[in-house]
Design a protein around this ligand. Sequence first.
Ligand SMILES: Cc1cc2nc3c(=O)[nH]c(=O)nc-3n(C[C@H](O)[C@H](O)[C@H](O)COP(=O)(O)OP(=O)(O)OC[C@H]3O[C@@H](n4cnc5c(N)ncnc54)[C@H](O)[C@@H]3O)c2cc1C
Length: 624
Amino acid sequence: MAQSELSQAEQFAKRQFDFVIVGGGTAGLAVAARLAENASLTVGVLEAGERADGNDQINIPAFSGRPLGGPLDWHFKTEPQGALAGRELVWNRGKVLGGSSALNYMVWNRGCKEDYDAWEELGNPGWGWESLLPYFKKSETFHPPPASHRDKYQSTYNSPSPFLGDSGPIHVSYTADYSPTHAYWHATLNSLGIETNRGHLNGSNVGVWTNISALNPESGGRSYAAHYLGPPPPANLHILTGALAQEVVLEQQHQQQGGKSEWTATGVKFSHGGQTFTVSAKREVILSAGAIQSPQLLELSGVGRAEVLAAAGIPVKVDSPNVGENLRDHPMTPLVFEVDPTMAQIEDLLDESVLAAALEQYRRDRTGLLTILPSAMSYLPFSQFTPQAVLNDMQAKSKELLAHFSSDEKLIILSRQFSPETKLGQMEYVFELGNWNPTFQPDRSDGKRYCSMVVILQYPFSKGSVHIRRPDSDGPESDAKPTASLPPVIDPQYYAGPHGELDLEAMVHGVRFGQEICRTKPVADIIRGPAHPSKPVTNEEEVRAWVAQNTITCWHPIGTCAMGGSGGKAAGVVDSRLRVYGVEGLRVVDASVMPLHISAHPQATVYAIAEKAADMIREDMLVS
Ligand SMILES: Cc1cc2nc3c(=O)[nH]c(=O)nc-3n(C[C@H](O)[C@H](O)[C@H](O)COP(=O)(O)OP(=O)(O)OC[C@H]3O[C@@H](n4cnc5c(N)ncnc54)[C@H](O)[C@@H]3O)c2cc1C
């Protein structure tokens, strides 16, 4: 390692920061930048990945997806999923300054009002829709589209809106161009009785709408968490990249006072260039390592379920039974169809001459193929596509579950979704050109082209876990301890058990409706026929089997350090001010604190969580 890098890590470790934040990702950089607005505070961020400023693979919208599997990706894998025909799924996460906000598909949306109100109902005051709305707005600057765009693409937000922000660090806008298929989307769903929602960010996403992206229309590039850092970068905010946090340093208080916890977080041990350092935090350590690695770091620090820690050989400091539990994700099933091959699509960029022309157009005026992102979206209640008798049956099954788990408050909330009056975005549909299904590997030489109808379940009952594992290469007698470099055991339990059975059933009906959309004009006019599955599957058993073979992740894990609400430590990992139960001076701020899933792609919500967390931390400083 270069001497200058070593001294950079040494210098970082020698500082006494007020706050040390682990993870310079979506939430981590947002909370760091907001805290650093107070010039009298010093903030240090440890990020395992590197800076990626000026990287076209991140910045150019249509290149979204390209960095997956590369050096900017943690590239986790789940355990084999029994109900997914034993498959292990790849779970991509950003390992780069900006975290997963640098690697995602830039969709910018919010859940329904009821999603956030449910968090509050669980006993987390201040987390309902009305309280969060100012924070959604604070994170964003919305750029209205030109009038020509509105007419062409049904981009319905056009002027300053009381629901949208106008001065936040993340720039959001409609993309300059969309896939030609977009022109068919609203009309097709309208003809199925689904209305265009002209305000899908206002607290209900139900209906069909044109997507907004985390995109700066002036630069034409991705807007992501790194843009919280200026310019100019705050002088009191120090970032060390290439630094892997290994554990939070916890000191035992020998004299407990006034109900205070026995343990206090005083710093973070991290590795950088093969050496280990410790950096100290005068006020707080904040874990923002995401839904996989924030619970991993708590467990490595001795905060977690006692059996898990014992099995991994980690001494228990705080027995906190929910660390790493409550893992929830959006299962996603992409149907693939053969499509009119004359339609321009991102796959055309594989041709060198098309790519060169597209790059020239993009650099000239920020338009063309390279601006294309998923845009044709719809969120629907089950009642839109599921027969009432089936819904009644699913409701009865959820009541049986409730009888077994009567004290599970989250289950009570989830079970409400089968009532006939529910108008939530329970199933998401995204229609886009290209093959979005990794299990379908067509021969590319036959000139056929594809489009995908992606079906995504929003309020899963399935829940799994993520936990550290003891390195097993040295055998059971080994005293080797897990480290942050060892990927944790990720077991989302998709469709498993009685909870999962309800998800599978919902997905089966969702997939059938996806097929119906593709049989409906005008979309039907551009579809040549089914590609994957290769023939329409309608019989319930066939659809089930196909869904099990083809469901993948939508990359939306949450919940593994959830807010406990009125249930406290027995129900979660952090309180409603995001303080870790049982430890002073330690918070978690990222997607892992969400107790239940939302019907949205999560990044806008994660920024709102970070904005609110920064306010709460500042408030708590005043009283401490
Ligand atoms: C491929 C993909 C596509 C997606 N598409 C969308 C989309 O279109 N729209 C949307 O809204 N959401 C999307 N998401 C989800 C969204 O990006 C995430 O929910 C959100 O970014 C999570 O934010 P976070 O702060 O919790 O974690 P992250 O942003 O992942 O940040 C965690 C950070 O911590 C760092 N870190 C982890 N462990 C350590 C350690 N031990 N030491 C130091 N640093 C560490 C990581 O490197 C990372 O930078 C997508 C996600 C992926 C992966």
